[in-house]
Design a protein around this ligand. Structure first.
Ligand SMILES: O=P(O)(O)OC[C@H]1O[C@](O)(COP(=O)(O)O)[C@@H](O)[C@@H]1O
Ligand SMILES: [Mg+2]
Ligand SMILES: [Mg+2]
Length: 323
């Protein structure tokens, strides 16, 4: 089986991008091992701090963030990084030409209940003259990403990766820490009968989303004419992984719980990288009004509403927003 470094080489991945990806995987092996140790290592529970988004940080949010930060800071091609768990971007190496944005631990409310979590990353190209300590340096649209992916820590540890030429999956061999190629050119089925949304927020959604989900729930007796199943893991990595594996639609729509936040998920650390994966696998990713990757970012921590997955089903959801 082909290892990640030899796959990247065989696919002529620019050496700097390959080095960043291999470096990120070194960090993810470390995070995977920490998660395996779990309670035995005394690393579950809260860190006693809040991140810039006002969310309580878990110890493992902080540990994972530090692992990735230390790794990237040592890499000459990394100009700077921005993390969901860091208030401000971190400038790294002056001569670097790449920026790395990441959600070190996605789905962190799952940690204490021993359920799937993940790491999400996005890589942008920059120039040597930018000031990577400034948020403005990172405000590129998702269409500019040169690579994106996630590592899922579940029953096995899996990498889903794109460098703009399809989506490929790798499984970590726990004995060696190597990521080995499992599937090339993953494709999402165009149609689905499975949706994922946090139904407890229903009363906060806009009427368009209320109407679409009401029709999903009517099944074969409703206008969509088919019976749907529902899943909610509470980790975007797991929801997107399910969609890349067997199709589906995942939504974290705008809601009016807090009018200052157009959705819960973060554009730069979650929305953009996951959209690149979904679109590279033949799916579609939208805010409900525009492609997520075409949103012009104004803040590194900004939120975005998300409707992504099987292309035909996403189009059905979007049709409710045009009515
Ligand atoms: O609390 P909810 O509504 O179930 O939220 C779940 C969503 O929040 C997230 O956990 C947010 O990510 P973080 O854990 O990185 O903050 C997503 O992965 C997931 O889709
Ligand atoms: Mg997250
Ligand atoms: Mg997180």
């Amino acid at each position: 089986m082909q290892s990640l470094p030899s796959f990247l080489q065989a696919h002529n991945t620019p050496s700097d991008i390959a080095a960043i990806l291999n470096g990120l995987m070194t960090s993810c092996v470390d995070i995977s091992n920490k998660l395996q140790q779990g309670a035995l290592a005394g690393i579950l529970g809260c860190a006693g701090e809040e991140n810039i988004q006002g969310e309580t940080q878990k110890k493992l949010d902080v540990i994972s963030n530090d692992i990735i930060k230390d790794q990237l800071a040592s890499m000459s091609m990394v100009k700077g990084m921005a993390s969901e768990e860091e208030d401000f971007p971190v400038a790294c190496n002056e001569n670097g030409e790449y920026l790395v944005l990441f959600d070190p631990l996605d789905g962190s409310s799952n940690i204490d209940v021993n359920v799937t979590v993940g790491t999400i990353f996005s890589i942008l190209k920059t120039t040597k003259d930018v000031d990577a300590s400034k948020p403005e340096a990172y405000l590129q649209a998702g269409t500019e990403q040169v690579s994106a992916g996630y590592v899922l820590y579940g029953p096995s540890t899996i990498l889903m990766l794109t460098t703009g030429q399809g989506v490929h999956s790798f499984a970590m061999d726990p004995a060696t820490g190597e990521f080995l190629l499992m599937r090339e050119n993953v494709q999402i089925p165009a149609q689905t009968q499975e949706f994922a949304i946090n139904m407890s927020n229903q009363r906060f959604w806009l009427p368009e989303m209320q109407n679409y989900v009401a029709d999903l729930l009517q099944g074969e007796e409703g206008p969509l004419g088919k019976r749907y199943n529902m899943r909610w893991v509470a980790a975007m990595v797991a929801e997107v992984h399910r969609i890349l594996t067997r199709g589906g639609i995942f939504m974290y729509p705008y809601d009016n719980r807090d009018p200052s936040k157009p959705g819960k998920l973060r554009l730069m650390y979650e929305g953009n990288p996951m959209s690149m994966l979904i679109e590279q696998a033949g799916g579609k990713a939208s805010t409900a009004h525009a492609p997520i990757m075409e949103v012009t970012p104004t803040d590194i921590h900004q939120r975005v509403s998300v409707v992504m997955g099987s292309i035909d089903e996403v189009d059905v959801a979007l049709s409710y927003h045009k009515k």
